[in-house]
Design a protein around this ligand. Structure first.
Ligand code: ADP
Length: 373
């Protein structure tokens, strides 16, 4: 498995000049995008080759290889249990690698773990800031831990707290912060030693939509100021689509797809998605929809609601209306849209992201009072 997995190279675009923000507002894609063009010849700052992690007889990560270019935002997506966190833990020196290797800014994480660690900032899934310290106290501890010189420390903390909009909270006890503010503090803390590479494991899971947008806006601001390579896992496809230069999809420990969001969407058969809701359907309705010309897939999402992928958007739209009239089925709603990353996810993993989201929320760790970094 290598970086050429599913490289279509055609880079189909979907004309998405504006998107629905997570809080429901329409925002121009350019305003929220972290993405900047990455030179094809930019060096790899993360190199993972044939990496394997076994727990006894169980293979959690199975021969995964990829490279992340300097300045790139690289998304790691996959269902729960796919192996994303295990991959991040290996790359960040937290657990030993069974076989294969990972290099961070040229440092082999097994042979030179300290040098690799100095190059990286890591934001794990669980919130780890010390609740009994102040916001500034949390920053200072990390700065000392990473040997940031005293002279540089204050300047770095001031700048980062300003960027994450927590300056006026610097003397507040961390326990008084909301989940979103705590996450922002932890992101600032993870950058205090000016790492070159930033690992974020589901930084927005469990946050409300407004806090999610705030976290991304903040990352945008940081990315504009620093030359940072970002590797991020998220359950939110809209985030990944908008923010990542490239996306790797992992399933059952294997890399199943890797490319730009646009190229991945172009690999899904059927360029148009029709969401259609019917009432009073006969039992073989889904099968009949599947046989319409141009239709490549039909997913029954909920009672009466179908997601139809087709290579012929206008033809299938007409066919759906006609078949409903002829069969005396009520057509309640019909919307036409381009392929999304959700479709890519379903295509490569066979699972609905929605199911994964429900599970993800069920597994969100509650804040652990008193837990130290
Ligand atoms: P993801 O982050 O994609 O949800 P993980 O990397 O956490 O997935 O887990 C991948 C697989 O490895 C899962 O099946 C999980 O149960 C298993 N796993 C993770 N950590 C351990 C461990 N310490 N011991 C045994 N199995 C583990």
């Amino acid at each position: 498995m290598n970086e050429n997995v599913n490289k279509s190279g055609t880079g189909k675009t979907n004309g998405d000049a504006a998107r629905m923000a997570t809080n429901g507002a329409i925002v121009p894609a350019s305003e929220l995008s972290l993405r900047s063009a990455i030179a094809v010849d930019a060096p790899n700052t993360i190199e993972v080759e044939h990496i394997v992690k076994k727990y006894g007889d169980f293979t959690a990560v199975n021969d995964v290889s990829f490279g992340v270019k300097e300045g790139e935002i690289f998304g790691l997506l996959g269902p729960n249990g796919a192996g994303k966190s295990t991959l991040i833990r290996m790359m960040t020196t937290l657990i030993p690698i069974t076989s294969g290797f990972a290099r961070i800014a040229g440092h082999d994480v097994t042979k030179e773990p300290d040098a690799a660690r100095r190059m990286m900032g890591v934001i794990p899934q669980a919130l780890t800031s010390d609740l009994d310290l102040t916001v500034e106290g949390n920053m200072v501890i990390y700065a000392k831990l990473y040997d940031v010189p005293a002279k540089r420390r204050k300047e770095a903390i001031d700048e980062l707290l300003e960027t994450v909009d927590l300056t006026k909270w610097r003397d507040a006890q961390t326990k008084t912060l909301s989940g979103g503010m705590r996450r922002r503090l932890e992101i600032a803390r993870g950058l205090v030693h000016s790492p070159k590479i930033f690992f974020l494991d589901e930084p927005t899971t469990g946050l409300d939509p407004v806090s999610r947008v705030a976290v991304w806006e903040m990352l945008t601001a940081i990315k504009a100021k620093r030359k940072l390579t970002v590797l991020i896992t998220t359950h939110y496809m809209d985030e990944a689509d908008r923010l990542c230069n490239r996306i790797a999809i992992v399933d059952h420990g294997k890399l199943v797809a890797l490319d730009t969001p646009e190229a991945l969407k172009a690999t899904v058969p059927g360029s148009t998605v029709i969401e259609v809701q019917f009432e009073n359907m006969p039992p073989d309705w889904e099968e009949r929809l599947q046989h319409l010309p141009g239709v490549t897939s039909v997913q029954n999402e909920s009672a009466g609601m179908y997601r139809v992928l087709t290579t012929n958007g206008s033809g299938t739209t007409t066919d759906l209306v006609e078949i409903a009239v002829v069969s005396k089925v009520t057509l309640k709603t019909l919307t036409v849209q381009n392929t999304t990353l959700d479709d890519v996810f379903v295509y490569y993993t066979g699972r609905q992201l929605r199911d994964e989201l429900v599970k993800a929320h069920a597994f969100v760790m509650p804040p652990r009072p008193g837990m130290n970094p």
